[in-house]
Design a protein around this ligand. Structure first.
Ligand code: PLP
Length: 373
């Protein structure tokens, strides 16, 4: 089945006898046992599994083309489950430009438990140099946050697999519409479903989708079930509901992002636009090779410094100044301020989550804000 059909049907399993078209939210935390000791619903206790989470995991598995998936209460909880599934002393390689919340998690919660290096994963020589006998996983995030740098997924997979190392890809920015890492032989895909999957900036969630039900996957499932960082049945329900429109929303985000990137590139008060869909992006060719669509996220450098960037952001009427991404409304943020004092992000960088408003209104708003400096 194609992705639009999967999105609508793979997460909806109403009980056939009830006549319901849409699967309801099952709030019961516990499930009845028969006289013979069996559980007729297949569920025992809601932390281990429940109907809404099973439906959500089913659509997540199919939409990324995996063998199984596990839903979590946030993207960071999903990431944490990966790190907790590793033997203490395992070495992991991560990108030098990645979601700062997960970078901080590694640094603050796994120091002394795991070994880690943050490097330019896309540079073969640098990557080879950092691989050690105890390297267990290479973590990639492409396009990256906030510089929109790309990593060649297949290239990293080939280097890793030759040495028995697993590859995990944070696919939050791309979504399965733009890029399918499992098809490029990555071992595990991670999502913050708070973003495009949720799509309306009103729920938190995370997901892991695996290429195969390996022993390592069983360990991740244990972290999910025994650790208990699971989404509520209501959150699962709302995610299943949102995913039904994911293909159409993402296409809308991308159409707007392409036009906004082109507009920004031609404005005299913009120094540089970072968007994989622009011919000027240094990895545009790689983007065209490994992505089906270029995504709804872009960053740009305002001519001048932090002051000019702040002036632009404060002059906007339609764009909301807030962190996060993937919702129907356009958001903009001064990324260096969000990331804190150790941020290496340029001070004049603004990151945009391009929403689904009409493109003419978005361009008009940015036009007046950029003209004001
Ligand atoms: C938001 C985000 C995360 C973390 O997800 P939460 O749902 O906020 O815990 C991880 N990776 C990327 C790329 C993100 O944008």
């Amino acid at each position: 089945m194609k992705i639009e059909t999967i999105a609508i049907h793979a997460g909806n399993h109403p009980d056939k006898t009830s006549g319901l078209v849409i699967q309801p939210i099952t709030t019961s935390t516990t499930f009845t046992r028969n006289a013979d000791g069996e559980y007729p619903s297949g569920h025992i206790y809601s932390r281990s599994s429940n109907p809404n989470r099973t439906s959500l995991e089913n659509v997540l598995t199919q939409i990324e083309g995996g063998a199984d998936s596990a839903a979590f209460s946030s993207g960071n909880a999903a990431g944490m489950a990966v790190f907790q599934s590793l033997q203490p002393g395992t070495h992991i390689i991560l990108p030098d430009d990645m979601y700062h919340g997960l970078r901080n998690q590694i640094k603050n919660l796994f120091a002394g438990i795991l070994e880690f290096d943050f490097i330019d994963v896309n540079d073969d020589a640098v990557l080879q140099q950092h691989i050690k006998p105890n390297t267990g996983i290479i973590w990639i995030e492409t396009p990256s946050n906030p510089l929109l740098k790309l990593t060649d997924i297949k290239k990293v997979v080939d280097i890793a697999h030759a040495k028995g190392i697993k590859v995990v890809c944070d696919n939050t920015f791309a979504t399965p519409l733009c890029q399918q890492p499992l098809a490029l032989e990555a071992d595990l895909v991670m999502h913050s479903s708070t973003k495009y999957f949720g799509g309306h900036s009103d729920l938190m969630g995370g997901a892991l989708i695996t290429a195969e039900k390996s022993e390592w996957w069983q360990k991740i499932r244990q972290v999910q079930e025994m650790g208990g960082a699971i989404p509520s049945p209501a959150d699962c329900y709302y995610l299943v509901r949102s995913i039904k429109t994911l293909p159409y929303r993402v296409r809308g985000h991308v159409v707007n992002a392409v036009q906004l990137a082109e507009f920004l590139e031609n404005h005299k008060n913009v120094e540089q636009v970072m968007y994989p869909g622009l011919a000027s992006h240094p990895q545009h060719q790689l983007a065209s090779k490994q992505m089906n669509l270029y995504g709804g996220m872009l960053s740009f450098l305002v001519e001048g410094g932090q002051q000019e960037a702040s002036k632009v952001i404060n002059s906007l009427q339609l764009f909301t100044q807030a962190t996060s991404l993937g919702g129907v409304e356009s958001l903009i943020e001064h990324r260096a301020l969000v990331e804190g004092p150790d941020s290496k992000t340029p001070r004049n960088l603004l990151r945009v989550s391009v929403g689904l408003e009409h493109i003419d209104d978005l361009i008009a708003d940015l036009q007046q804000a950029l003209d004001s400096i």
